[in-house]
Write a protein that binds this ligand. Structure first.
Ligand code: PA5
Length: 429
């Protein structure tokens, strides 16, 4: 189960204020439960866990294993909530080098012509044995009209149709029930379709086919992942104290005009996950003049870049660390040369995990002493079950915390502004 440790943040807060904020968090949680808050028609990320659709999980797993057998490359085309979750899980749960199964490539998450043309070149290049790459494409867009994804889909779809006679079987679309251009294309071409439930918004959709198909193709056990989330859901229906304490603390820092939440981890595998958290919280709270900017930090790497600013810069920073208690690897520091020429003998035989932990705890001490409150979100181990738990933990946290701010967590009206300006410049009718 996911644990919250606010011991390095409470010293910056008033105890009575924290108790009041916890009560406020409880009220916000009631709004989530009884669907009385703003945007309550978007709470489907809870109902998918209270009533799991085992048949769908089973179907996705078996279809994904077919693709795993056939594909050399599996392209995930989506942006925002339509790809961040899959990317986070694949990065966290599959080997960093030489992963078995299809190569997963992301597209449709920006509009770089260079990226797309290099991708086409790469797809065109045969394999070492001279045969053509077997390419499959999963386009993911709830609205079916997001420009970044729609453009990449047009180009990649046409490439697939030009290369493969069975193109229709290589394109899978994940989108809303009905409406939208993508549904029109699916109907015309007969592509396989997965449905994103109406009541689940993009950034809350990782446990629907949006995330489940790509992560299953990458070889992750989606039943374990999904039921990890179910267990966290059930636990929080009984006792949500860890989530509520976290929401209360962050709410108070927001009230104290803190401006930035540095969301980081000492586990590089979790950096995709911090990006998922960044989008989830940022797009949910950043409206009506509210919100802490969720900045990302990959430690200890970034202690050598933004670490100086966190330690001694403007004191408006909160830090949230995703922490893993048990080692991911049992690698130990090997013996050096006899004369201890590199001066590292004091570390001989130590687990890298322990050394990394010392860096983490040293950083927490230094940042706290330097005036930066640190909140730790703790996983016992890095595995599919615990990441499923962490997904629901953060979804619930986001809903509760943003309700405490008094805004709707589930919409993103501001995203339209850049689109309107861009469409005008592009001369869209
Ligand atoms: O959280 C959200 O709703 C957004 O980030 C969307 O996921 C993103 O804009 C992509 O939208 P769509 O899936 O409609 O292409």
């Amino acid at each position: 189960m996911i644990k919250t440790d606010i011991s390095n943040a409470v010293t910056f807060l008033d105890e009575a204020a924290l108790n009041d904020a916890k009560k406020k968090a409880e009220i916000a949680f009631e709004k989530v439960k009884d669907k009385s808050g703003a945007g309550s028609e978007w709470l489907g990320w809870r109902s998918i866990l209270s009533e799991p659709n085992d048949a769908e999980l089973e179907e996705i797993s078996s279809f994904a294993s077919e693709i795993r057998q056939k594909a050399d490359v599996f392209i995930v085309a989506g942006i925002g909530g339509s790809y961040t979750g899959a990317m986070a899980l694949i990065r966290a749960l599959t080997p960093q080098f030489g992963r078995m199964g299809p190569e997963i490539i992301y597209a449709g998450h920006h509009m770089s012509g260079r990226y797309l043309s290099e991708l086409l070149d790469y797809l065109d290049n045969p394999k070492e044995d001279g045969s053509a790459k077997e390419v499959y494409l999963n386009v993911i867009s709830k609205s079916g009209s997001t420009l970044e994804t729609a453009l990449a889909f047009r180009t990649l779809r046409s490439w697939i149709h030009s290369k493969f006679e069975d193109a229709k079987n290589r394109i899978i679309a994940t989108t809303g029930h009905s409406g939208g251009v993508l549904n029109k294309i699916i109907a015309e071409e007969g592509y396989k379709k997965y449905v994103i439930p109406d009541d689940v918004g993009g950034r809350f959709s990782v446990l629907t086919p949006v995330g489940l198909l790509p992560v299953s193709v990458a070889g992750i056990d989606i039943q374990t992942l999904f039921y990890g989330a179910v267990s966290e859901f059930e636990k929080n229906e009984e006792d949500a104290s860890e989530v509520l304490e976290y929401a209360a603390a962050r709410y108070l820092f927001h009230e104290k005009n803190y401006a930035i939440d540095v969301i980081g981890s000492f586990e590089p595998e979790l950096l995709g996950f911090t990006a998922w958290v960044q989008q989830l919280i940022g797009e949910s709270e950043g409206k009506e003049g509210m919100g802490l900017f969720p900045a990302l930090a990959g430690y200890s790497t970034d202690l050598h870049s933004v670490g100086q600013l966190v330690q001694e810069g403007r004191r408006n920073i909160l830090e949230t660390l995703l922490v893993v208690d048990k080692p991911i690897s049992n690698l130990k520091v090997t013996e050096g040369s006899e004369d201890n020429v590199d001066g590292l003998d004091y570390l001989t035989g130590k687990l890298y995990h322990k050394i990394n932990k010392s860096a983490q705890e040293g950083t927490v001490q230094a940042h706290t002493a330097g005036g930066v409150p640190v909140i730790k979100i703790q996983l016992e181990m890095l595995n599919a079950q615990q990441l499923g738990q962490l997904i629901y933990f953060y979804e619930l946290f986001t809903a509760v915390y943003v309700y405490m701010l008094g805004v709707n967590p589930f919409n993103q009206p501001g995203v339209e502004d850049y689109k309107q300006a861009m469409y005008t410049l592009l001369g869209k009718g």
